[in-house]
Ligand binder design. Sequence first.
Ligand code: MG
Length: 237
Amino acid sequence: MIKIVAMDMDGTITQHKQALDEEHKKMLDALSKRYKLLMVGAGQVMRIFNQMGGYPVDIIGNYGMQYGTYNERTKDIDIQRDLSVPVDKVSVEERVTMLREKYDYTNFSGDNVEFHPSGCITFPILGTKAKQEDKLAFDPDRAKRRKIYDDVVKTFSDYTVFIGGSSSFDMAPMPYNKYYALDLYCEENNLKHEDVVYIGDDYGLGGNDESVYKSDFSYITIDDYRDFSNVVKPILD
Ligand SMILES: [Mg+2]
């Protein structure tokens, strides 16, 4: 009954920011013989396409703000949608500063906020110029960010807030998130939610797959990308 297998990339089919390996490429090939595959990413369409080594698949990027379809002839992606939403930078800066003062995160290096061309924003708790080792050591179990997550969500009610990277909050302007993106995809392609199964690793509180996990879409959880082949076996049998 499933028609579409929709997937997250980082942490689901690949190690974070690492190339797609041969084993998982073969699994995608096997899946694509029975289902249409669709990537649903937090990152940009072309980053996902390149990280997958040009794998032939349609890609939703930036939580639905971008969409690209694979072109068999050019072996490249045709960008179908690439939105950018205006940002009230002053208001965003003020709200981030308020949160920093409230939770004693006023020491940071570089910029207070990172603004992305799409209109997505990042609140880097340690600042945009923080050292990689400091970022990795800051909150490996996400406990610090989960503690203040509700308040960040409340403060940025015009965004969907994600606990992203190692020490930041990523935010996508409403209504964009992976659920919205998948729902829109279904609408545009005359599909029902029951036609889709989604696979993703980041389904916990503040995770970028949480909106799909908590929805009516069928969801296959994965906690380690190295388990991908096992995780998809039931839908290949
Ligand atoms: Mg992920």
